[in-house]
Ligand binder design. Structure first.
Ligand SMILES: [Zn+2]
Length: 257
């Protein structure tokens, strides 16, 4: 079997931040086989658990043996707040276990990696360098409809006194407008969001929707970066649920040092 390396993608605006460590892991370099080939971290993907544990350990190793916090994501709008002052010792950073059920997580802790797992959905990573706060949001089309991005920004303001004008936001590889076809959009997507439908098609621009949800809350345009990589168009590098159904999840991680 050909041995491949772990490949990590980074955002330009986050690379400039000296106290920030982050990365979008491609699907290469892991131990899963078949349609899960190879760095699958999705516990509910149907892949072998031992391979998933191994892959999570590979990511921990790559990130310098720091604790990684995985979420039990359920396309909802629950937001987990992880404050250093809470001294939450229930944090058992066991690579195989999701501790919290939520679709977004915010923290002011250093040395802890917040992980979102995706295959077409967006991971939206947020950083406020002034307040020293990070967040990671899972926003698929259901999350987009619930505006979990906006709700997470509200929580950062409420819980950590962040100013949205200081927050930088990065959008992971995800389903692009080229592939986000919603045949049943009249039943699935509320009418006030049909403005994101590309004219005379059934395709939606969820990238623009996310950018607008960030801008509406006061995030500056030059503080938003989208990799503009469509997962369905790039299945050699990333997992895509739409392209393959029986597939893995790739990892998007963010941490402060
Ligand atoms: Zn595409």
């Amino acid at each position: 079997m050909e041995k491949t390396d772990i490949r990590v993608y980074e955002f330009n605006i986050f690379k400039k931040e000296e106290n920030l460590v982050h990365g979008v892991f491609s699907r290469s370099g892991g131990t899963s086989t078949g349609s899960f080939d190879s760095l699958n971290i999705g516990m509910n993907s149907g892949d072998e658990k031992s391979a998933i544990f191994n892959n999570r350990k590979l990511i921990i190793k790559k990130m310098g043996m720091k604790p990684l916090v995985f979420l039990n994501q359920e396309h909802g709008d629950q937001i987990k707040i992880l404050k250093k002052e809470d001294n939450d010792f229930s944090l058992i950073f066991e690579p195989g276990r999701e501790i919290y059920t939520a679709d977004a997580i915010i923290s002011d802790m250093t040395g802890v990696f917040l992980v979102i797992q995706v295959a077409d959905c967006q991971a939206v990573m947020l950083y406020d360098a002034q307040r020293k706060v990070i967040a990671n949001v899972h926003s698929g089309w259901r999350g987009s409809i619930k505006n979990i991005i906006g709700k997470c920004l509200d929580k950062m303001v409420e819980e950590f006194n962040c100013q949205t004008g200081n927050i930088k936001a990065c959008i992971s590889p995800s389903l692009g407008p080229c592939c986000a076809q919603f045949i049943n959009y009249k039943d699935e997507i509320p009418q006030n969001l049909w403005q994101y439908k590309i004219q005379d098609t059934e395709y939606f621009d969820f990238w623009q929707m996310s950018a607008d949800q960030l801008l509406e809350k006061g995030v500056k345009e030059n503080h938003i970066e989208n990799m503009n990589i469509c997962t369905k168009c790039n299945t050699r590098e990333f997992y895509s649920y739409r392209a393959q159904k029986f597939t893995g999840r790739f990892a998007c991680v963010i941490s402060m040092v």
